[in-house]
Design a protein around this ligand. Structure first.
Ligand code: FRU
Length: 493
């Protein structure tokens, strides 16, 4: 083991256990210590789920990229394993960037990641590299890098060539997709193939951005779902596109493109929608669970605010979303919190139907680890209500509000009173399909986050919250009157 990796493992073994459990998210993965970004190597191996992550153990800001590592049997209770990769080789001394994992035919665990280095002239180079291990310890492949700039189309930027997502075909051969930026400055997802996972060759373009959505596309994932092929991409430089050409609102953007695969291997895109309309969702990665479910996790944080500040600084920074089961409905990718989450439910707090006019604090419903479903329907015989506001993590000072206006069908998430720094992006909205004023909201709250699943996961809005733990109330305000069917459970990890 290199000194760099041994040093990281020794550091985290001392400092990780010092973080009290109640200062971390209850059931979302956070870094053992220090900083975390993208999920990496999300896979089922040796009877367990493995989730690695972009990791700087030494500080709560982005820095020398290692791979942190955790394992779980239910995707909710995570056990830390020692750091898996450190930037210790000539081809990755500037960082072991994102990548993925698969099991090899001989039972070993294969990691494929982006090695970043600086050439003597200062230029940056990103190449694809491998490490092989047993679920605990990984050794970098002697033949690294296995894909370098010679595998890129002419003019593509070798400093933007990253985040390989691996899978195995039915015939046992390996494929991966990797993000790059072409000579025209626009992102592109490339395909590569390998008979054994070690020897890789170009396999054409999966999908070029052609200046449609942002600039570079990173962290691709590509998989079948129902009768479609799905491509997820995280967009860099969305704000740099002039408004008249379709600028995306400030903050992170992950796009979900669905379609079918053409005979030449490229994607024939039939539809595109944002994967999450909230404020903190980036770099998602999926795995195929042994029972056939396609499960996604993403980094629940934002690149735009790297020094997010809570009122009390935390000894860790960054967390992943709750794992989500994906399915397809009317050509759209639907997300639901994994069903295992129900095993964390305590006794029901409240189940019933209320007529709400004006403002109502829901006395029996409270908590910052909560699984709350609020099914809002117009009140029979009454005029359509004008707007409804669901306040979460609420007390006299703080609230995070989800509002819905039936006339415009606009749903808005507002965390301006959540304790977030004022320079963060504080609100986002999306339009949802009109259903005569009816809308179903499932809020999954953890100590430092809210994930809102709208109409059984047709849309999701995720955000980090730095609201003090004492703000644990829930309230509903209505302009007009409506009926709310409510079901609420505390989550007890
Ligand atoms: C996305 C990303 C990846 C890169 C990693 C570096 O969040 O920029 O493209 O591999 O983070 O930490």
């Amino acid at each position: 083991m290199s000194d760099t990796l041994a040093k990281a493992r020794a550091y985290e073994a001392v400092h990780g256990p010092q973080i009290p459990g109640d200062q971390r998210p209850g059931f979302h993965l956070s870094p053992y210590v220090g900083w975390m970004n993208d999920p990496n190597g999300f896979s089922f191996y040796g009877g367990m789920y493995h989730l690695f992550y972009q990791y700087n153990p030494y500080d709560t800001v982005w820095g020398p990229m290692h791979w942190g590592h955790a394992v779980s049997r239910d995707l909710l209770h995570w056990e830390y394993r020692p750091a898996a990769l450190a930037p210790d080789a000539w081809y990755d001394h500037a960082g072991c960037f994102s990548g993925s994992a698969q099991e090899l035919p001989d039972g070993r665990h294969l990691l494929m990641y982006t090695g970043v280095r600086r050439r003597e002239d200062g230029a940056c180079l990103q190449t694809q590299c491998l490490a092989v291990g047993d679920g605990n310890t990984y050794e970098k492949y002697a033949g690294n890098p296995v894909l370098d700039e010679s595998a890129l189309p002419p003019g593509a930027n070798p400093c933007d060539f990253r985040d390989p997502k691996l899978w195995r075909e039915a015939d046992g051969s390996f494929r991966c997709v990797v993000g790059t930026c072409l000579a025209d400055g626009s992102g592109c997802i490339l395909r590569f193939r390998s008979p054994d996972g070690f020897c890789w060759k170009e396999d054409g373009v999966l999908e070029p951005n052609v200046h449609r959505y942002g600039k570079m596309w990173e962290c691709p994932d590509y998989f079948p779902l129902g009768d479609k092929q799905v491509l997820l991409v995280s967009v860099v430089g969305a704000q740099d596109i002039p408004a008249e050409e379709g600028a995306l609102p400030p903050g992170n953007h992950v796009l979900c493109l669905t379609g079918h695969q053409a005979p030449d291997g490229s994607l024939c895109v039939q539809s595109m929608h944002p994967m999450d309309c909230g404020l903190d969702f980036y770099a998602p990665q999926t795995l195929l669970a042994p029972d056939g479910r396609r499960i996604l996790v993403a980094w629940m944080h934002s690149w735009h605010f790297l020094e997010e500040r809570s009122e009390q600084p935390l000894p860790w920074m960054g967390q992943h979303t709750v794992p989500r089961e994906l399915s397809l409905r009317d050509g759209r990718v639907i997300q639901a919190p994994i069903r295992e989450l129900e095993s964390l439910r305590g006794p029901v707090q409240f189940r019933g139907r209320l007529t709400i006019r004006g403002e109502q604090v829901l006395e029996q419903v409270r908590g910052r680890m909560l699984d709350l479903t609020v099914d809002l329907v117009p009140l029979e015989g009454a005029p359509q209500y004008e707007a409804v506001f669901l306040d979460l993590a609420l007390d006299g000072e703080y609230r995070t509000t989800v509002s819905y206006h039936p006339a415009s069908s606009l749903l808005r998430l507002d965390r301006s009173r959540s304790g977030a720094a004022p320079d963060q992006v504080l609100e986002r909205s999306c339009t949802i399909p009109r259903r005569s004023g009816a809308v179903k909201l499932r809020a999954i709250l953890d100590r430092f986050s809210l994930e809102l699943f709208v109409n059984d996961g047709e849309q999701v809005l995720s955000c980090v919250l730095y609201t003090p733990a004492a703000a644990d109330g829930v309230g509903i305000r209505v302009q007009g009157a409506l009926t709310a069917r409510i079901e609420s459970y505390p989550l007890l990890p």
